[in-house]
Design a protein around this ligand. Sequence first.
Ligand code: FES
Length: 72
Amino acid sequence: MNYFIGSAMFVCMCFGITDKQIKTAVETHGVGNMRDLKKVMALGGQCGKCVELAQTIIDDTIIDESLFKEVG
Ligand code: FES
């Protein structure tokens, strides 16, 4: 079950972390995997049910960013 607030979706219910917060972490902190993400937020530290979805969001954000980079 997913929970939405506005256009954001809660990924981690234990710590109230949304998909937008994860995407921002990838874009601004260079997060590339769960180990990096756990350095900037507590996601996954309790029940762990969010880890798989969080990794998918990290991967999708990295792919989205790479589509808009200039190839030079
Ligand atoms: S939903 Fe993220 S640790 Fe429980």
